[in-house]
Design a protein around this ligand. Sequence first.
Ligand SMILES: C[S@@+](CC[C@H](N)C(=O)[O-])C[C@H]1O[C@@H](n2cnc3c(N)ncnc32)[C@H](O)[C@@H]1O
Length: 220
Amino acid sequence: MIDIELYQKNLAFWEDAWARVKKANTNVTDVLDYIPEIPEVFKQHDCKRILDIACGSGWLSFFLNEQGFELVGVDISASAIRLANDVVAERKLNTVQFIQADMFAMDFPENSFDGILINACFEHLDYDRGAEFLQMIKKYLKPDGIMFGVFDKVASGKRGTYEVLEDGSHQYNDEYRDGMLLRYYNDEELESLLRETNWQVISNRKNKHESRIVVAKNIK
Ligand SMILES: C[S@@+](CC[C@H](N)C(=O)[O-])C[C@H]1O[C@@H](n2cnc3c(N)ncnc32)[C@H](O)[C@@H]1O
Protein backbone atom coordinates (compact mmCIF):
# COMPACT_ATOMS: atom_id res chain seq x y z
CA MET A 1 0.00 0.00 0.00
CA ILE A 2 1.42 3.40 -0.86
CA ASP A 3 2.19 5.77 2.02
CA ILE A 4 -0.65 7.72 3.52
CA GLU A 5 1.15 11.00 2.71
CA LEU A 6 1.10 10.14 -1.00
CA TYR A 7 -2.55 9.11 -0.75
CA GLN A 8 -3.34 12.41 0.97
CA LYS A 9 -1.54 14.38 -1.74
CA ASN A 10 -4.06 13.00 -4.21
CA LEU A 11 -6.94 14.10 -1.96
CA ALA A 12 -5.42 17.58 -1.63
CA PHE A 13 -5.15 17.80 -5.42
CA TRP A 14 -8.89 17.17 -5.72
CA GLU A 15 -9.84 19.79 -3.16
CA ASP A 16 -7.63 22.37 -4.92
CA ALA A 17 -9.16 21.47 -8.26
CA TRP A 18 -12.76 21.68 -7.03
CA ALA A 19 -12.11 24.89 -5.07
CA ARG A 20 -11.54 26.66 -8.41
CA VAL A 21 -14.96 25.68 -9.79
CA LYS A 22 -17.75 28.26 -9.35
CA LYS A 23 -20.81 26.27 -10.37
CA ALA A 24 -21.64 22.59 -10.77
CA ASN A 25 -21.91 21.44 -14.35
CA THR A 26 -24.96 19.22 -14.47
CA ASN A 27 -25.03 18.73 -18.24
CA VAL A 28 -25.06 15.12 -19.28
CA THR A 29 -22.30 14.62 -21.81
CA ASP A 30 -22.88 12.56 -24.92
CA VAL A 31 -19.15 11.87 -25.20
CA LEU A 32 -19.48 8.97 -22.78
CA ASP A 33 -21.48 6.31 -24.58
CA TYR A 34 -22.38 4.30 -21.47
CA ILE A 35 -24.30 7.02 -19.61
CA PRO A 36 -27.79 5.97 -20.87
CA GLU A 37 -27.01 2.40 -19.77
CA ILE A 38 -26.68 3.38 -16.11
CA PRO A 39 -30.38 3.99 -15.37
CA GLU A 40 -31.36 1.11 -17.68
CA VAL A 41 -29.21 -1.34 -15.73
CA PHE A 42 -30.39 -0.10 -12.33
CA LYS A 43 -34.01 -0.31 -13.49
CA GLN A 44 -33.58 -3.83 -14.89
CA HIS A 45 -32.38 -4.94 -11.47
CA ASP A 46 -35.10 -3.08 -9.61
CA CYS A 47 -32.63 -0.80 -7.82
CA LYS A 48 -34.16 2.21 -6.11
CA ARG A 49 -31.54 3.66 -3.77
CA ILE A 50 -28.11 4.33 -5.30
CA LEU A 51 -24.77 5.34 -3.82
CA ASP A 52 -22.62 7.47 -6.16
CA ILE A 53 -19.05 7.11 -4.88
CA ALA A 54 -16.66 10.00 -5.57
CA CYS A 55 -19.55 11.90 -7.12
CA GLY A 56 -17.71 15.19 -7.71
CA SER A 57 -20.29 17.97 -7.96
CA GLY A 58 -22.96 15.40 -8.60
CA TRP A 59 -23.87 15.42 -12.30
CA LEU A 60 -24.55 11.67 -12.40
CA SER A 61 -26.43 11.77 -9.11
CA PHE A 62 -28.72 14.47 -10.53
CA PHE A 63 -29.11 12.56 -13.79
CA LEU A 64 -30.16 9.40 -11.95
CA ASN A 65 -32.37 11.30 -9.53
CA GLU A 66 -34.24 12.79 -12.50
CA GLN A 67 -34.88 9.22 -13.66
CA GLY A 68 -36.61 8.42 -10.37
CA PHE A 69 -33.80 6.95 -8.25
CA GLU A 70 -33.02 8.05 -4.72
CA LEU A 71 -29.38 9.10 -4.54
CA VAL A 72 -26.60 9.56 -2.01
CA GLY A 73 -23.39 11.04 -3.37
CA VAL A 74 -20.09 10.97 -1.48
CA ASP A 75 -16.93 12.88 -2.32
CA ILE A 76 -13.77 13.82 -0.46
CA SER A 77 -13.86 17.41 -1.66
CA ALA A 78 -15.80 19.83 0.53
CA SER A 79 -15.90 22.26 -2.40
CA ALA A 80 -17.42 19.67 -4.75
CA ILE A 81 -20.06 18.82 -2.15
CA ARG A 82 -20.84 22.50 -1.66
CA LEU A 83 -21.39 22.90 -5.41
CA ALA A 84 -23.66 19.85 -5.44
CA ASN A 85 -25.62 21.13 -2.46
CA ASP A 86 -26.14 24.48 -4.22
CA VAL A 87 -27.96 22.56 -6.96
CA VAL A 88 -30.01 20.66 -4.37
CA ALA A 89 -31.10 23.96 -2.81
CA GLU A 90 -31.76 25.68 -6.14
CA ARG A 91 -33.89 22.80 -7.46
CA LYS A 92 -35.45 22.06 -4.06
CA LEU A 93 -34.61 18.36 -4.35
CA ASN A 94 -35.41 16.03 -1.49
CA THR A 95 -34.40 12.60 -2.77
CA VAL A 96 -30.76 13.32 -3.36
CA GLN A 97 -28.24 13.91 -0.61
CA PHE A 98 -24.51 14.66 -0.62
CA ILE A 99 -21.93 13.81 2.03
CA GLN A 100 -18.34 14.92 2.26
CA ALA A 101 -16.19 11.93 3.20
CA ASP A 102 -13.29 9.83 2.16
CA MET A 103 -14.69 6.75 0.46
CA PHE A 104 -12.92 4.61 3.08
CA ALA A 105 -14.57 6.54 5.89
CA MET A 106 -18.16 6.21 4.68
CA ASP A 107 -20.47 5.32 7.50
CA PHE A 108 -23.76 3.83 6.34
CA PRO A 109 -25.65 0.95 7.92
CA GLU A 110 -24.98 -2.37 6.19
CA ASN A 111 -27.14 -3.18 3.16
CA SER A 112 -28.21 0.47 2.75
CA PHE A 113 -28.20 0.55 -1.06
CA ASP A 114 -29.60 -1.39 -4.01
CA GLY A 115 -26.98 -0.03 -6.37
CA ILE A 116 -23.52 1.54 -6.39
CA LEU A 117 -22.13 3.76 -9.12
CA ILE A 118 -18.38 4.12 -9.58
CA ASN A 119 -17.44 6.48 -12.38
CA ALA A 120 -13.90 7.74 -12.93
CA CYS A 121 -12.68 7.22 -9.39
CA PHE A 122 -11.22 3.73 -8.96
CA GLU A 123 -8.17 4.77 -10.99
CA HIS A 124 -7.21 7.25 -8.28
CA LEU A 125 -6.46 4.39 -5.88
CA ASP A 126 -3.22 2.47 -5.60
CA TYR A 127 -3.44 -1.30 -6.08
CA ASP A 128 -3.91 -2.32 -2.44
CA ARG A 129 -6.47 0.37 -1.78
CA GLY A 130 -8.25 -0.63 -4.99
CA ALA A 131 -8.56 -4.20 -3.71
CA GLU A 132 -9.72 -2.97 -0.31
CA PHE A 133 -12.26 -0.66 -1.95
CA LEU A 134 -13.91 -3.45 -3.97
CA GLN A 135 -14.29 -5.46 -0.76
CA MET A 136 -15.33 -2.59 1.49
CA ILE A 137 -18.19 -1.26 -0.66
CA LYS A 138 -19.95 -4.64 -0.57
CA LYS A 139 -21.09 -4.12 2.99
CA TYR A 140 -23.18 -1.10 2.00
CA LEU A 141 -24.84 -2.94 -0.85
CA LYS A 142 -27.71 -5.37 -0.30
CA PRO A 143 -27.15 -9.01 -1.21
CA ASP A 144 -27.57 -9.25 -5.01
CA GLY A 145 -27.25 -5.47 -5.22
CA ILE A 146 -25.71 -4.07 -8.40
CA MET A 147 -22.47 -2.22 -9.05
CA PHE A 148 -22.21 -0.18 -12.23
CA GLY A 149 -18.50 0.54 -12.47
CA VAL A 150 -16.48 2.32 -15.13
CA PHE A 151 -12.79 1.51 -15.07
CA ASP A 152 -10.90 3.85 -17.36
CA LYS A 153 -7.73 3.38 -19.31
CA VAL A 154 -5.52 6.03 -17.75
CA ALA A 155 -1.91 6.84 -16.92
CA SER A 156 -0.78 6.46 -20.51
CA GLY A 157 2.31 8.48 -19.63
CA LYS A 158 1.72 10.82 -22.55
CA ARG A 159 0.81 13.91 -20.53
CA GLY A 160 2.48 15.73 -17.65
CA THR A 161 5.32 14.67 -15.42
CA TYR A 162 5.02 12.09 -12.71
CA GLU A 163 6.74 9.68 -10.43
CA VAL A 164 6.08 5.97 -10.85
CA LEU A 165 5.25 4.45 -7.44
CA GLU A 166 6.04 0.91 -6.31
CA ASP A 167 2.69 -0.49 -7.47
CA GLY A 168 2.86 1.18 -10.89
CA SER A 169 0.66 4.16 -9.97
CA HIS A 170 1.63 7.49 -11.48
CA GLN A 171 1.71 10.42 -9.10
CA TYR A 172 1.84 13.66 -11.05
CA ASN A 173 4.11 16.54 -10.11
CA ASP A 174 3.47 19.02 -12.92
CA GLU A 175 1.65 22.24 -12.14
CA TYR A 176 -1.73 21.11 -13.53
CA ARG A 177 -2.07 17.81 -11.72
CA ASP A 178 0.30 18.11 -8.78
CA GLY A 179 -0.42 15.24 -6.38
CA MET A 180 -2.98 13.45 -8.52
CA LEU A 181 -2.60 9.72 -8.51
CA LEU A 182 -3.60 7.55 -11.45
CA ARG A 183 -3.21 3.84 -11.81
CA TYR A 184 -4.18 1.83 -14.85
CA TYR A 185 -5.67 -1.49 -13.82
CA ASN A 186 -5.21 -3.79 -16.80
CA ASP A 187 -7.91 -6.30 -17.78
CA GLU A 188 -6.33 -9.22 -15.92
CA GLU A 189 -5.84 -7.23 -12.72
CA LEU A 190 -9.38 -5.92 -12.82
CA GLU A 191 -10.89 -9.31 -13.50
CA SER A 192 -8.90 -11.00 -10.76
CA LEU A 193 -9.70 -8.28 -8.22
CA LEU A 194 -13.42 -8.62 -8.98
CA ARG A 195 -13.18 -12.40 -8.66
CA GLU A 196 -11.20 -12.28 -5.41
CA THR A 197 -13.71 -9.90 -3.86
CA ASN A 198 -16.58 -12.15 -4.92
CA TRP A 199 -18.39 -9.93 -7.41
CA GLN A 200 -20.43 -11.86 -9.94
CA VAL A 201 -19.72 -10.07 -13.22
CA ILE A 202 -22.89 -9.82 -15.30
CA SER A 203 -21.28 -7.89 -18.13
CA ASN A 204 -17.91 -6.35 -18.90
CA ARG A 205 -17.50 -4.47 -22.14
CA LYS A 206 -14.90 -2.10 -23.50
CA ASN A 207 -15.90 1.11 -25.25
CA LYS A 208 -13.89 3.00 -27.86
CA HIS A 209 -11.92 4.82 -25.14
CA GLU A 210 -11.04 1.38 -23.74
CA SER A 211 -12.92 2.00 -20.51
CA ARG A 212 -14.20 -1.24 -19.03
CA ILE A 213 -17.90 -0.90 -18.25
CA VAL A 214 -18.70 -3.48 -15.64
CA VAL A 215 -22.04 -4.52 -14.22
CA ALA A 216 -21.62 -6.87 -11.27
CA LYS A 217 -23.77 -8.43 -8.59
CA ASN A 218 -22.92 -8.43 -4.92
CA ILE A 219 -22.55 -12.04 -3.80
CA LYS A 220 -22.30 -12.14 0.01
C1 LIG B 1 -12.40 12.21 -12.04
S1 LIG B 1 -13.41 12.79 -10.73
C2 LIG B 1 -14.91 11.89 -11.08
C3 LIG B 1 -16.11 12.54 -10.46
C4 LIG B 1 -17.45 11.89 -10.83
N1 LIG B 1 -17.55 10.52 -10.38
C5 LIG B 1 -17.70 11.98 -12.31
O1 LIG B 1 -18.05 10.96 -12.90
O2 LIG B 1 -17.55 13.07 -12.89
C6 LIG B 1 -12.78 11.91 -9.33
C7 LIG B 1 -13.47 12.28 -8.05
O3 LIG B 1 -13.03 11.41 -7.02
C8 LIG B 1 -12.99 12.16 -5.81
N2 LIG B 1 -12.13 11.40 -4.90
C9 LIG B 1 -10.83 11.07 -5.09
N3 LIG B 1 -10.40 10.33 -4.06
C10 LIG B 1 -11.44 10.19 -3.21
C11 LIG B 1 -11.61 9.52 -1.96
N4 LIG B 1 -10.62 8.87 -1.38
N5 LIG B 1 -12.82 9.54 -1.37
C12 LIG B 1 -13.86 10.22 -1.95
N6 LIG B 1 -13.74 10.88 -3.12
C13 LIG B 1 -12.55 10.86 -3.74
C14 LIG B 1 -12.48 13.52 -6.24
O4 LIG B 1 -12.73 14.55 -5.34
C15 LIG B 1 -13.20 13.69 -7.58
O5 LIG B 1 -14.41 14.39 -7.42
